[in-house]
Write a protein that binds this ligand. Structure first.
Ligand SMILES: Cc1cc2nc3c(=O)[nH]c(=O)nc-3n(C[C@H](O)[C@H](O)[C@H](O)COP(=O)(O)OP(=O)(O)OC[C@H]3O[C@@H](n4cnc5c(N)ncnc54)[C@H](O)[C@@H]3O)c2cc1C
Length: 424
């Protein structure tokens, strides 16, 4: 009975759904042993370090990932990075197939003057900062100003704006990093402006997230009714279902009775940022009204861009426009790609399931005679790694530490702290 060895690089949703698809494709004649390689000491990708901490239900998908990990023929190699600890050539040599599931973690830039001033950061730095990603706990988030600007028109921009605008004690019962809760409690920010280049009809928010906003207990949420009504007219009658649902949700926000809380989250549409100005730090952002020459500016001390992500290049893998070059998921003979590394940053967690399933069918079609040239353990003789068992120890410690505080978990922040919880 042939048993094929598959290496999946990246322990995010796309990686786990690829492993699950392979497990589901197994028959008596076709067996897989799966090694999942992850650069962090913790798995789950953006489910741990991206999804907003005030959305704990979304994170319950991690139960599916743990079931996949415990279904047999699965090994986790955490704290092992492709491109530094091991190379793609080595993996391709040792495994029958290699699946790249490394996501896309670099924030896209606006490309405007002033973008590098202190106080201007990307969601790709801010989100992992509040989510206790070990590489980002030292991100300098300047919260000593009254107004913050978030640039973007998708759910990530909305998460970022909400995290800045909500009453921070609402985060006490979440798994937000302790350093972020402390900083947000000390924050001077009282107004958060979320600014989109195009109109509401083009925004990439999803309606459940929009519908949640009016429920914020300590934050005024403001959208101008005239903006939404004009968007409804522009969108016309042959409007897509999702757009209609979004515009309905936005109308509800715009019609909501005004509240008078200390904190405000405000939406601005049809404004293109053209320059960030300031003396040694961000002081204002200059906008051009989209489609006209009119310019105006907003004074603020913090700008966070959330305009998309691209993949970091790993040596030996071909990239184009921030994604791995592929043909429906196949890169070359025994190399495949899934998830955000394949498609770019689009879709919800579930999108990765159908995507990974399709690519794994292609992988199975491409299998040749099973190899027997060793595996990753031969390459890691000098380096310890986080096995599934050690990860479960880390996980259990974090959950236990959170319990008396009423949190789902208290996240360890540094690599050293995480590894020591795993007994490494
Ligand atoms: C801020 C934010 C909030 C989101 N909120 C939601 C939400 O509420 N609901 C929803 O449905 N979707 C949400 N999403 C989308 C969802 O997180 C993605 O669809 C999903 O995580 C993509 O999965 P992935 O496996 O391709 O990438 P990732 O989740 O990024 O996983 C990639 C993994 O690969 C690892 N890796 C990277 N490079 C290497 C390397 N060289 N060697 C080894 N390992 C490596 C990374 O550490 C990471 O663990 C959100 C995304 C973001 C950014």
């Amino acid at each position: 009975m042939p048993s094929y060895k598959v290496a999946i690089v990246g322990a995010g949703p796309a990686g786990y759904f690829a492993a699950q698809a392979l497990q589901n494709l197994q028959t008596e004649e076709l067996q897989f042993s799966i090694d999942m390689i992850e650069r962090l000491p913790t798995p789950w990708g953006l489910v741990r370090s991206g999804v907003a901490p005030d959305h704990p239900k979304i994170k319950t998908v991690s139960k599916v990932f743990e079931k996949v990990a415990n279904a047999g023929n699965f090994r986790l190699f955490g704290d092992v990075e492709l491109g530094t600890d091991i190379s793609i050539e080595q993996l391709k040599e040792m495994y029958d197939a290699v699946v790249i599931a490394t996501g896309s973690a670099i924030g896209k830039k606006l490309g405007i003057p002033g973008e590098d001033l202190p106080g201007s950061i990307s969601c790709a730095e801010f989100v992992p900062w509040y989510n206790a990603h070990p590489d980002f706990h030292e991100t300098d988030v300047l919260l000593d100003c009254q107004t913050a600007l978030v640039i973007g028109a998708g759910n990530v921009a909305m998460d970022v704006a909400r995290m800045l605008a909500l009453e921070p004690s609402e985060l006490d019962a979440t798994d937000t990093a302790d350093h972020a809760i402390a900083a947000l409690k000390a924050s001077a920010i009282r107004e958060v402006v979320l600014s989109a280049r195009r109109g509401p009809e083009h925004a990439a928010f999803t309606s459940p997230e929009l519908r949640e906003l009016p429920k914020l207990e300590h934050t005024n949420v403001f959208m101008a009714k005239s903006d939404i009504e004009a968007a409804v007219v522009r969108a016309g009658s042959e409007i897509e279902k999702d757009t209609r649902s979004n515009l309905d949700a936005m109308l509800l926000i715009s019609e909501k009775e005004a509240t008078n809380h200390d904190r405000t989250m405000k939406f601005q549409f049809l404004a293109t940022p053209v320059e960030i100005k300031g003396n040694n730090r961000v002081e204002e952002v200059v906008f051009q009204r989209t489609g006209s020459d009119e310019r105006f500016s907003i004074k603020c001390g913090l700008v966070i861009t959330a305009i998309g992500y691209e993949a970091a290049s790993i040596p030996g893998i071909p990239y184009e426009r921030g994604k791995v070059v592929n043909n429906e998921g196949r890169v070359d003979e025994n190399l495949y790609v899934v998830g955000w590394a394949k498609r770019g940053p689009s879709g919800v967690i579930g999108t990765n399931k159908s995507d990974s399933t399709e690519v794994m069918k292609l992988l199975v079609e491409g299998l040749k005679t099973a190899k027997s040239n060793g595996d990753i353990t031969d390459l890691l003789t000098d380096k310890s790694h986080v096995s599934q068992e050690k990860w479960e120890a880390i996980n259990a410690s974090e959950i236990a530490a959170g319990e008396p505080l009423g949190k789902p978990r208290k996240k360890a922040v540094t690599r050293e702290e995480l590894l020591s919880l795993g007994g490494i």
